[in-house]
Structures are given as C-alpha cells and as structure tokens.
Design a binder for this molecule. Sequence first.
Ligand code: ADP
Ligand code: ZN
Length: 437
Amino acid sequence: MGYWNQEYECMPVEQRQELQLERLQSLVKRLYENVPHYQRAFRAISLRPGDVQSLDDLKRLPFTTKDDLRQAYPFGLFATPLKSIVRVHASSGTTGKPTVVGYTKDDVETWSEVMARTLACAGVTSDDIMQIAYGYGLFTGGLGVHYGAEKLGATVVPVSVGNTKRQVMLMEDFGTTVLACTPSYALHLAEVLQESNIDPSRIRLRIGVFGAEPWSYALGREIEQKLGVISIDIFGLSEIIGPGVASECPYNMGLHLFDDHFLPEIIDPDTGEQLPYGQKGELVITTLTKQGFPLLRYRTRDVTVLHPEPCPCGRTHVRMSRIMGRTDDMLIIRGVNVFPSQIETALLELGQVEPHYLLVVDRKGNLDTIEIWVEVSEKVFKDEVRHLEKLEKTMQREIEGILGIGVKVKLVEPKTIERSQGKAKRIVDRREVYKEG
Ligand code: ADP
Ligand code: ZN
C-alpha cells in the first residue's frame, strides 16, 4: 500500500497513544523551560509540567492563538536559540506583519518525513517525475513539498508557480507524472493544456497533489477529468509545519492526520470545550515533536470533523474530513491567505474613503479574482475623473503591496454599498469553495 513509514503509520492506536503522551509531556517541559510566553501561561493556571499525566489532561492546557504569534513577532515563541534555527518561513497575518515560523535541522527532517508520508499516501513513488508548482519562497508550499519529494526519491522539477505555458511545455517534454499545486491553479493549467495543441497521449500525468486552499469534490472531479489524474487533498499550515499535516489516500475516506507528530482535537469555537470524535468544530493542533517552534493547542480556525475508525489502506492515524470552513473571515485567494482586516487597515490609512467596502471574490477562467469596492465621500466623488482614477491606482498598489497578490479597486458612489443591520457583510465570495457535491 505504499507506506513511507509503516511502523508509525500503521501503529496500533493504544501504542500510539502512549507515544503521544510521552511526547506531550516532554513538549510541555520544553515549553515551560524555554518559552516565556508558555511559562507565564502555565503559571497563571498553577500548572507544573509534571501535572500532565494522561492525554486527557490536554484539555487543561492553554490554547495558542494567531494573536499570540503576532505579539511574539518575529521570533518570540521560538523554543531554541536562533543559532539552531536553519530556516524561517512566513505566512500572512491578520495585520500587515506576517506570522513567522522557524525550523531546526531536526524540524526540517521531520517535515521531510511527514511530506514523504503524504506523497506515499497519495500513491507517489520514486519512479515518478514530480512537477512542483506550489510557490517557493517564504510560503511553505513549495519547499515543503520539495523536501518530501526528494526524500521519497521522486524526480523533482521545482518549477514553482506561474508561467503556465512553460509548465505545460515541461509537462509534455519531461513526461511529468505527478503535479503538485493549488487546486485552482491545477484547473487553470488544465484549461491552458486543452487550448494548446498538445497531443493528449504525450501527457503522462497520473496523480495530482492539491492543497493549501479549500476545494470541493466537484472541482476535484473536473480537474481529474481534464488532467487525467486522481486528485489527492493535502492539508497543512505554516504554524504547525506547512504542508504535511494530513493527506488523503486513494480510498477517499478523509485525510490521514499524522498524529504521532501533530496531536489534533476538535473544540467548540465559542466555548473552547473539547468535542468528541464525529462532531464538527474548530481544529486545534499540538506539535508533539517540533523543536524550534513548537505550539501547544494551536487554534487553526479551520472547521472539520475527526474520525477514529481505521481506513482500508491500513493506516491507523485519526482521519479528518476535508476542511469545511473557517471560524474567522480569512479568505484564500490564489493560495494566499487574505484577511479583510488587512485591506480595511490599508484603506483607512490612505484616507479619502468612507469605511464602507465590499470584497468581491470570484473565479474567472479558473483563477481567483478579488475586487475591492470602496465608497468615497461625496466631495471626492464629485472630483475630476482623473483624480478618482489616480486614487484607485494608489489604493490598488498599496493593497497589492500588503497582500502580495493582484487586486482591483473600484471606487463607488457614497451610499451604494448596502448597510448591514448586524454584523457587517464585507465579503461576497462567488466561488463557493466549501460546497460539497
Ligand atoms: P500552507 O502554506 O500550508 O498553505 P498557510 O499557513 O499559508 O499554509 O495556510 C494555511 C491555511 O490554508 C489552513 O489553515 C487552511 O485554512 C488552508 N488550507 C491548507 N490546506 C488546505 C486544504 N487542503 N483544504 C482546505 N484548506 C486548506
Ligand atoms: Zn487510507
């Protein structure tokens, strides 16, 4: 069944629980000794590392939130000296500053291990030619998948995202068999491929490893049909390690979450109470083995369900359903996390506009687009057209600089954006990414 590490992937559940407890105890000790934030949090509830006696004690431990990460910017939550950190990555935060994560050599090794498992789980082998079209750079997607693919022994083509014509050319000339990218980019690639006059028999793709953003089964089927692949959903987030947290196998029974390294829980996002298997709620993850940047009970804000029953593939890891939504308003546009608050801050700092805006997200030709409608004051609106256009361009540049993706700003007349009665409706997402079917 193509395991990468059968001993750990198929370990009897009770044995894994012992391992998890051992690792949790050592993690809590490390956090207490090395990270002032956690030492304060433990002291506030009079908890000593020795108090963790069973996995059930996990629910007494404090959560970690994105806000904690922001306050510790950039390196405040690292648990080892910077000297032992060999890599940093970052993802967009809720304000202008990104969330920074760090890896020791051992962490890079762990990451490669869980990514190798992910790929093996998807059915990739050392005979495959793997085109990695996730972005390389501060984003964890590219390099994360890359290290796992090399560890697995596949032939890696580190092309990164973009330049679609070249992607298609390499796919044909190299005989790429595995494509790794975001699902929306896969669909875009499929279209470009269809429009080209390449003989389909020259395309040897067989597996698509897609993730970093939500996608429906319907979208998956479309990609499968157009590219001739089976599509596998992979899940991860920078705070926990990057891609490599969980992966589907070809049985399509949810994602195997590598719970010897990442201990998952589901909580009620409003009360923080732990929920039993089978109930939908916010996914919380504790990194059991990470050294440089370990996190205790990190609130991912992703909504899903956990299932303990084993999978026919033989893996005994707990399974999670595909992500069903978010508890916050984070959007993922072309694989990049976008928080409406980032846009709001930028708009208001520039001045000249009213605090009424609407983000219109859509998918055109399979690529995500974002349009920002902003009301300007009566005075500005009556100004010369030239001035309005200039203002639009300035805002566009400013916001693009913050988000790192292209946007379109559209200034609208005062009072055109609907006023809400309660919670402001700031987003119109026409992509319906979380929809089943
Ligand atoms: P990554 O680089 O691993 O995508 P980010 O930290 O930039 O990490 O973004 C992580 C977020 O992306 C997750 O919390 C989740 O909301 C979303 N995400 C990642 N993979 C998936 C997936 N397969 N399905 C749905 N959402 C996903
Ligand atoms: Zn399976």
